[in-house]
Design a protein around this ligand. Sequence first.
Ligand SMILES: Nc1ncnc2c1ncn2[C@@H]1O[C@H](COP(=O)(O)OP(=O)(O)OP(=O)(O)O)[C@@H](O)[C@H]1O
Ligand SMILES: [Mg+2]
Length: 476
Amino acid sequence: MGINVWLVTLRIADLPLPDVLKDFVIRERGGIQELYPPQEEAVRKGLFDGRNMVMCTSTATGKTLMAELVMVNAVLTRGGVKAILAVPLRALAYEKARDLRIYERLGVRIAVTTGEYDKEDAWLMNYDIVVTTYEKLDSLLRHKAEWLKQVGVLVIDEIHYIDDDKRGPTIESIIAKVKALGLNTQLLALSATVGNAEEIANYLNAELVVSDWRPVKLREGVYYDGVIYYADGSRALIKDLGNPVLSLVMNTIINGGQALVFTNSRSNTVKLAQQISHYICNYGTKLIEPSALTKISSSIIETSQSKLLGEELARIVKCGVAFHHAGLDMDTRSIVENSFRDRLIKVVVATTTLAAGVNLPARRVIIHEYRRYEPGIGMEELPVMEYKQMAGRAGRPGLDPYGEAVLIARSEDEIDYLIRNYVNARVEDVKSKFLTDKNLATHVLSAIASGYASSIDDVMRFVSSTRVHSEWFPQE
Ligand SMILES: Nc1ncnc2c1ncn2[C@@H]1O[C@H](COP(=O)(O)OP(=O)(O)OP(=O)(O)O)[C@@H](O)[C@H]1O
Ligand SMILES: [Mg+2]
C-alpha cells in the first residue's frame, strides 16, 4: 500500500500473538491499544521470536507489559512451558503477582513464592507463571526442582541490582545456574537505570533496547528556600512553611496531587510523617476524607503485627499521611499502598522499600536526604541509579498527567551540586560484586553444595559464567 510500516505505530492487535491474548489485553489492560516506542523496538528485535533481550528503557515505559506478553504467550502456545518473573523485593513480587492474576481468566495459573529458602516447593509444579524474589529463585535452582526444566521464559526485573552488594551476586548465580542446567530459556532483563546496558546485553547474549523516551513527562529539580529550581532553568515559588518537605508536600496536595517522600532511615519516615500529619489535621482537613481514613486507621490496628508501630501509623493515617518501611509487616504495608492508590492517603513517607518498580499515583516525589548512613563507612551519597529509580515513581501512565522529582538542598551551593550530580548525571555502570570475599565464598560453596560444581574445573566454569568474568577477563 506504499506505507512505510516502520513509521506506523505497532498496535497490540498486530502482534504475532494468539487472538485470545491480544483481545484480552485490549479489553482488560486499561484500554492499551498501541505499543510505546521502546516496546515496539523490543518486538522488532525479536522479543516474540524467542530472542534474549535487555530492555534498558526509562521508568514507566511499560517493561512489565512486555514481560507479561512474553510469559503468557509462552504458556498459552508452547504446551507445558512455564515462566518465572524474578524481582528484588518481596513487596514487588506481590504487586506483580496481583497484576498478573488477571490472566487466570485465560487459564494461566499464577503463583508467588518468596519465603523459606530451603525448600524444593514441589507445589510450584502446578503453576504456569511463578513470581519470586532473586533469593528465592536462587534457592529453587539450588534444589533443582524437576519443573525447572519446563521454564521457557525467565524475566529478571530491575537487573541493575547486579550492582547491589547483597543481591547482585545472587543474580549472577542464578544466571550461572540456568546456564549450568542447560535450560532452554528465553531471558528478558529489565531496568531503567543501567549505564553499561550494552555490556549487560553481551553478558546475557541478548538483543538490546535502550531508550530515554518516557510516556509521561517527568520534571526534575532541586528545592531551596521556597523555590524549586528545575533542570531546564525554570523556577517555581512554593509557600515556605518552615520545613522543606512539608512545604513541598502541601504545595502538591493543594494542587490536587499526591506526594511520595523518600528519606534515609525508618525513624526519619516516622518523624516526617508525624510532622506532615500534624499540619494537615490542623490546617488542611478540607484536603482529606476523615471518615474513610478512620476506617483505614482501624484496619491498620487490626492488621499490624507490631502494636507500637501500628498504633502510631493508625494515628497518623487519620490525617491522610503514612510512613512505609521494612519494619512494617507486608499486610500493613499493603493497606498503606492501596489507600494511596485509592487517593485517600495523600502522602507516604518511605525508605527505599518503595523505590523501584512500583506504580503509584505520586505526582511529586520528594527526596529528603541524598545521603544515607552506611554502617562502618559513615554518611554516603546515594548513587545516581537510586535517585533515578526514586524519581521515576512520579508521573506514571494513567495515574498522573505529569510527574515531578525534587531533591532538597541544605545550602545555596548545594542547588547546583544536586542538579549536576543527580538530575543531569548519567547513571552509573553496573559492576559485578561477585568477587568480594564473602560473596565469592557463599556462592561458590552453594554451587558446590547443590551439585553445580564438583571439581575445580566445574568451579571455574561456574564462575566464568557469571558477569564478573566478563569484567575481569574482557578479552575472552
Ligand atoms: N503501550 C502502553 N500504552 C499505555 N499504557 C501502557 C502501555 N504499556 C504499559 N502501560 C502502562 O504503563 C504503566 C507503567 O508500566 P510499568 O510498570 O511496566 O513500567 P516500567 O517500564 O516497568 O517502569 P519501572 O522502570 O519504573 O519499573 C503501567 O500502568 C502500564 O499499564
Ligand atoms: Mg518495572
